[in-house]
Design a binder for this molecule. Structure first.
Ligand code: GLA
Length: 442
């Protein structure tokens, strides 16, 4: 009897031990949002290498982008992942049920491509789909979860985007964690990007975000980005309108993914491009560029390599920002960042967005205190696109910015150290940020 008990207890311990090791996505990866290049928005499912060898989804495209990431300063700015999206596969698995990369477009196979990416100091991402097919109709992983995870690990994959076409959204609560478990079982650490919530939301289901956070490193909540300002605006609105549900789910190792950066393509003006980049940083979004790095114009490259804004995106606290004001086409978005002074006064990145179309810049004037910035020893404020340093400002100071139509002004306000002898330190009549972020004393 005693020995049975022992066996039972040990089995439970073993299971707990095993599941402690393999469940959840406590994989130590992407403690700040991932940064890299992803093919889809710009290069789509172009498989015509005969007529369009430069732009088709092929080994050559990804090697070229890898090279440019390194030689053109993107890697130095923090971009790290080279990610393949849909349309890399043959239509059929091989006779042993394994995934096969398109033989003409990826003639050396994915291990060779991953090795190349690694040889340049970068990481390699791949795309699959939980359902029967990928969105473009190539074989999905269902029925092959373990084998495909093993295949990816054997190729040296560092990041898997798992889409959700041709799958039942109700199956996803089981399927996404299970594929993540299979990834973990390979022993290779792979970032796990999920589309689980967006397909459930489309199906009218309520995603179980606590499970999603536990099992995915990042996930999509909303529509695919397209090459237009209207598309970017719809994403901004979705994230603003649903922020109470969305924002608390973000944190180190688990991020909301509002989709790729389209800066440098055809659809956004210069102002709009600056707005997308600034707001993605406020949203603590993955910075996955989908653009032709061979032909991008210098001013767009400069946006993508803006170190000060990247630093906001990559802030170690990992608190996603929120829309704190919206009135007559003017929005203010704000994100708490380091440093924190006296255990309670956060620093902030603040973005003023002009959604108006009336052709002339709009003035926005607001005191720091009205923004909820009440550190009595003030904030050092600087503009992150323009070379403007406002110096150290007290909470009473009114700052005035001019925001271009469909443009942005993004500031960083660093809480200054020091001791407040006149205790106006605590409650202020208007502290919107303290309310919306529910900041707690550290
Ligand atoms: C879905 C995804 C996109 C892209 C395509 C590929 O639409 O949301 O990001 O991966 O599939 O077919």
């Amino acid at each position: 009897m005693a020995s049975w008990k022992f066996i039972a207890v040990s089995t439970v311990c073993l299971l707990v031990f095993l599941s402690g090791n393999i469940s959840g996505l406590d994989n130590g990866l992407v403690l700040t949002p991932p940064m890299g290049w992803l093919a889809w928005e710009r290069f789509r499912c172009n498989t015509d290498c005969k007529n369009d060898p430069e732009n088709c989804i092929s080994d050559r495209l990804f090697r070229t982008m890898t090279d440019i990431l390194v030689t053109e300063g993107y890697t130095a700015a923090g971009y790290e992942y080279i990610n393949v999206d849909d349309c890399w596969l043959e239509r059929e698995r091989d006779e042993r049920g394994r995934l096969v990369p398109d033989r003409e477009r990826f003639p050396y196979g994915m291990k060779s491509l991953a090795d190349y990416v690694h040889s340049k100091g970068l990481k390699f991402g791949i795309y699959e789909d939980y359902g029967n097919f990928t969105c473009a109709g190539y074989p999905g992983v269902v029925g092959h979860l373990s084998g495909d995870a093993t295949t990816f690990a054997s190729w040296g994959v560092d990041y898997v985007k798992l889409d959700g076409c041709y799958a039942l959204p109700t199956d996803m609560d089981y399927g996404y964690p299970e594929f993540g478990r299979q990834l973990n079982l390979t022993g290779r650490q792979m970032v796990y990007s999920c589309s689980w919530p967006v397909y459930q939301i489309y199906a009218g289901l309520q995603p179980n975000f606590s499970s999603i956070i536990e099992h995915c490193n990042l996930w999509r909540n909303f529509d695919d980005i397209q090459d237009s300002w209207a598309s970017v605006e719809s994403i901004i609105d979705y994230y603003g309108n649903h922020q109470d549900v969305i924002v608390p789910n973000a944190g180190p190792g688990h991020w909301n993914d509002p989709d790729m950066l389209i800066v440098g393509n055809f659809g956004l003006s210069y102002e709009q491009s600056k707005t997308q980049f600034a707001l993605w940083a406020i949203l603590a979004a993955p910075l996955l560029m989908s653009v032709d790095l061979r032909t991008i114009r210098p001013e767009y490259k400069a946006i993508l390599q803006n170190r000060k804004i990247i630093e906001v995106d990559q802030d170690p606290l990992g608190i996603q920002g929120r829309r704190i004001y919206k009135h007559r086409g003017i929005e203010i978005w704000s994100r708490p960042i380091l440093p924190i002074q006296q255990g309670q006064f956060y620093s902030y990145a603040v973005a003023f967005v002009n959604r108006r179309t009336d052709g002339t810049p709009s003035d926005v004037a607001v005191t720091l205190r009205e923004l909820g910035l009440s550190n009595p020893t003030g904030y050092r404020v600087e503009d992150l696109y323009e070379d403007v340093d406002y110096g150290v400002l007290s909470p009473q100071t009114k700052i005035k910015v001019k925001v271009n139509p469909s443009g942005v002004v993004i500031l960083r306000a660093d809480a200054q150290p020091g001791y407040a002898f006149n205790a106006i330190t605590t409650r202020t009549p208007y502290t919107p940020l303290n309310d919306v972020f529910r900041l707690t004393k550290k």
